[in-house]
Design a protein. Structure first.
Lengths: 404, 107
């Protein structure tokens, strides 16, 4: 049982844009795969758990990737940024540096070709990280309220228990967070295929409802062209048979609040409420699968401002994330027994008679503890997965945020 | 058997999620030949069913919709008798075919 005896009070590091961060991370960002190894060495040699590795591997320009990196490097949980470029890639490193500097954060940029190779960049990088970290550890966190919190939810390794235990328990937690004006985001429209009409009926305006149906249609079309739905062999082994069955289970993570808006990666919810994140690219399918693994979805939720992520799993995922803590809610009681080291909450006990509200309450308390500084399981185990790939999006239309 | 599984055995092993559903879900692993309660009657499970898997609540015809959580989750590709396993071999998606490590379910 991970119910905290005394819930830690929420606190955050105040940022210039008015948001608060529940962590104060130094992000080391490679701007092309060719700078990945040197960046990883800088993170390892710095030796601090709060120095995280992020980056974009591509050499070709991509507007989405630049916007995502801007959002991530100015995320409230990030206190300072070191950019590492090889030198010849097309990533607009100066624009990214200006954006971070304008946000009031310490920022440095190293170009490996100018610095003189691996070892010199590594030495300069470790020195830069230590210098910036010494600056930001002086910052004092201040009290933080639920209406300042953004929480994202994702599922990974779903099985036949997910839609009965962990997902509806997260849904209860979302309902209570939203009652307190928190901003909550659920996603993966490709895993909501089959739920479009029920979802549309929860939208706060009919126009938003139509946008939601259209975005699920877009997802179904996109996945048909890819030749696969978002359905993995492990889903079937765990008792799920069809994409729409998996969708109905995933959908229950959203709880029962009205849907206030439809956002795209990098859009920060404007006010408290429930938001659907459309992760499927616009236009003709061009760069492959919308999200190649769970962490790609987590990174997009973080780019939308999520301070922490509620990750439900039946088969048993172990991942965490760079930048924002991941809380693991295990749906399957047998999986929990095998993998309790990685699981923050045993929602599978609902199958043994525990009440949904009791598990939902445990998640709700844990959200506030982790926002107060307590480490989640994946965080304590050092999980800092990160993946960002090519995509393209059009901006959201006016009907998508009716209350903005 | 572990303690938590033993706790589970006190509860009915088949779970009805919504009154409109024509399938029920195994709350724990159920052995072949085990007598379980289905809609208030004793019923013998013909073949083993794993935790999280689906069993027909009543006979379902080929091409009929399967309802779980009160919502359609696909159509039967073959008829199924009461108490039998409902899965990849007899249920198909009405949207996008599911995939296994052996390939697509091929409808």
């Amino acid at each position: 049982m991970s119910t905290p005896a005394n819930r830690t009070a929420m606190r955050g590091y105040p940022r210039k844009d008015g948001r608060k961060g529940i962590r104060n991370v130094v992000a080391v960002a490679y701007l092309v795969e060719c700078a990945h190894h040197v960046s990883r060495l800088i993170v390892q040699k710095s030796g601090f758990d709060d120095v995280h590795l992020i980056g974009f591997p591509g050499c070709y320009p991509n507007k989405y990737a630049l916007e995502m990196m801007k959002r991530l490097c100015t995320h409230p949980n990030v206190g300072a940024v070191l950019l590492v470029s090889l030198g010849c890639e097309s990533f607009n490193r100066e624009e990214l540096r200006r954006t971070v500097a304008a946000s009031g954060r310490p920022v440095d940029l190293l170009v490996i070709q100018q610095a003189g190779g691996t070892t010199k960049t590594l030495q300069a990088g470790v020195a830069a990280v230590n210098r910036m970290r010494a600056q930001i550890v002086q910052q004092q966190p201040v009290p933080m309220a639920l209406d300042e919190l953004v929480v994202g939810t994702v599922c990974g390794g779903s099985d036949g228990t997910s839609g009965i235990t962990a997902n509806p328990a997260v849904g209860r937690c979302f309902d209570w967070l939203i009652e307190n004006d928190a901003k909550c985001i659920f996603e993966e429209t490709g895993e909501l295929i089959g739920c479009e009409r029920i979802m549309a009926s929860r939208a706060i305006t009919p126009e938003l409802g139509r946008e939601i149906e259209a975005c699920v249609d877009k997802a179904a079309n996109y996945y048909r062209i890819m030749g696969y739905g978002s359905f993995a062999p492990g889903n079937a082994e765990g008792g799920l048979t069809t994409l729409e069955e998996k969708s109905m289970g995933a959908y229950s993570k959203s709880g029962s609040s009205p849907i206030s808006g439809l956002i795209k990666p990098g859009d920060v919810p404007p006010r408290g409420g429930l938001y659907l994140l459309d992760v499927v690219p616009d236009g003709e399918p061009r760069f492959g699968f919308p999200n190649i693994s769970d962490n790609a979805e987590i990174v997009e939720l973080i780019a939308c401002g999520s301070h922490l992520i509620l990750f439900t799993t039946g088969r048993g995922s172990v991942v965490g994330s760079a930048i924002s803590p991941v809380i693991k809610v295990c749906a399957n009681p047998d999986t929990y027994e095998r993998m309790s080291e990685d699981m923050d909450v045993n929602a599978g006990r609902i199958l043994h008679g525990a009440e949904l509200d009791e598990v939902g309450r445990e998640i709700y308390d844990l959200v506030q503890s982790v926002a107060g500084g307590a480490a989640s399981k994946s965080e304590a185990l050092g999980h800092q997965e990160f993946i960002l790939t090519y995509k393209q999006f059009e901006p959201i239309g006016p009907a998508c945020l009716p209350a903005a | 058997m572990t303690e938590s599984k033993a706790n589970g055995t006190r509860l009915p092993p088949l779970l009805l999620l919504h009154p409109d559903d024509n399938i029920v879900v195994a709350r724990r692993d159920i052995a072949a030949g085990e007598r379980v309660e289905l809609d208030g009657e004793a019923f013998m499970i013909p073949a083993a069913v794993e935790l999280g898997h689906k069993v027909a609540r009543r006979a379902i015809a080929a091409d009929a919709r399967v309802l779980k959580y009160g919502a359609p989750i696909g159509s039967m590709r073959a008829p199924v008798a009461r108490g039998e396993h409902v899965h990849m071999h007899n249920l198909r998606s009405d949207y996008i075919p599911s995939t296994t490590r052996e390939g697509s379910d091929g409808h």
